[in-house]
Design a protein around this ligand. Structure first.
Ligand SMILES: [Zn+2]
Length: 412
């Protein structure tokens, strides 16, 4: 039977307001950091608390035949497995995760990672958009169908707890649950972003990441920087030269051709369509300093830059030569000044490179996204607009209701 989309919206919004936002608010208070950021996650019990919170909420959903199980493999983070029977032979797998990124720094005054803050139609706090919403979105979608007595396939919901650490436990659970999972006909990965709240968005692919730590050493031990400068080659200059082999410092173009791919024609067309929908929103969402501006105002070009072209991620040099020398002097270390050039988000690298499930991510307007919950940078999912009928350009007041931080076109 055809769904009454108005009723679906009404149901989802009501559930969202009355049940999901309060639970997500509680979820923010739990520092359920991924194991990579909390080696003592077992002792701290935060991940278990998050699991229990989500399990409790799931258990309160009147979904026909819903089975909920917390699966625990020895030595691994737990996994929340849910199963809703359906008709037909197909299985739909809905995926999400409940572990969080660490606190990071740069929170605006009055905000904090574990302090829920509702400001206008947005809810701020760590993990709310990445990826706390997934459990709620998955089950609410199933329930919305059942509310209208619409037939749906068997659905399995899999919520893991180490995604931010590279999903290293997930393959073991996929193996262990093989019989229960069956062979899904569709995998919906609720862990990406959306361009706006006006249409359904799908992520077509994610760029890979090559991460590493670059260390340049020129002396066997530390010396006073004033004594060495002009005599000893500058380690910074060496770093610069190495980086210049990778990127044209004037244009930002990545030089090794191996990083470039031919962009399929259909992806170019999709990028054009996304550009026509989002326009200046693509760069307007960034908090530029006065005088700052995007590298281009051509939305199409920016989308391709952001999704299909190779690009060095933000690099952080730590410590600087000067501070390094100063620190070395203070600590009387014998080590030489060693600028370490580190990709800003190594965890991104490991996470992506080890991602086992090829993610077909869908994000609907109800997907609670977060304008970066902190100052931290995160991955930028490749976006493509899955709807041909693009209408309004800006979120309406209805779509800007309190959802865990709405806002940016490319969150998460
Ligand atoms: Zn995520």
């Amino acid at each position: 039977m055809a769904l009454d989309s108005g009723k679906v919206r009404e149901f989802v919004e009501k559930t969202w307001d009355e049940s999901i936002v309060p639970t997500l608010t509680d979820y923010i208070t739990i520092p359920a950091k991924s194991p990579m950021f909390d080696a003592q996650w077992r002792e701290h019990g935060h991940i278990d608390r998050a699991v229990e919170l989500l399990r409790g909420w799931a258990g309160s959903r009147p979904i026909e035949g819903l089975r909920i199980e917390v699966v625990r493999l020895e030595g691994r983070t737990p996994l929340l497995f849910m199963e809703a029977p359906g008709t037909g032979v197909d299985t739909v797998l809905l995926y999400g995760h409940l572990d969080k990124q660490p606190e990071m720094v740069g929170w605006a005054e009055g905000t904090g990672p574990w302090t829920p803050l509702r400001r206008g139609d947005k809810l701020y706090g760590r993990g709310v958009g990445d990826d706390g919403y997934a459990t709620f979105a998955a089950l609410t979608a199933i329930q919305a169908l059942q509310e209208q007595r619409a037939r749906h396939s068997r659905c399995v919901v899999l919520i893991e707890a180490c995604e931010e650490s590279g999903s290293h436990d997930l393959p073991y659970y996929v193996d262990a649950l093989k019989a229960k999972l069956g062979t899904p006909s569709l995998v919906v990965c609720l862990d990406s972003g959306c361009g706006n709240y006006e249409q359904l968005w799908g992520t077509t692919s994610l760029r890979g990441v090559v991460g590493g730590v670059l260390t340049v050493e020129v002396l066997t031990e530390g010396v006073h920087s004033g004594a060495a400068s002009g005599i000893v080659p500058s380690s910074f200059r060496i770093v610069r030269q190495i980086l210049d082999r990778l990127e044209d410092a004037r244009t930002g173009e990545v030089l090794p051709r191996d990083f470039h791919v031919e962009i399929p024609r259909e992806r170019l067309a999709e990028a054009r369509e996304v550009a026509s929908v989002l326009g200046a929103e693509i760069y307007d969402r960034f908090p530029f300093l006065p005088g700052g501006k995007p590298v281009s105002t051509d939305a199409h070009e920016l989308i391709l830059n952001n999704t299909r072209s190779p690009a060095p991620r933000a690099f952080r040099c730590r410590p600087t030569a000067a501070t390094c020398c100063a620190r070395r002097r203070r600590s009387s270390s014998r080590s030489a000044c060693r600028p370490r050039v580190t990709p800003d988000a190594r965890c991104d690298a490991s996470r992506r490179s080890s991602r086992r499930i090829r993610r077909t991510a869908l994000a609907s307007r109800s997907r609670p996204t977060a304008r970066r919950e902190t100052a931290g940078t995160r991955r930028r999912p490749i976006q493509s607009c899955s709807s041909r009928s693009i209408a309004r350009r800006r979120p309406t007041s209805a779509s800007r209701r309190c959802s865990p931080a709405s806002a940016g076109p490319f969150p998460s």
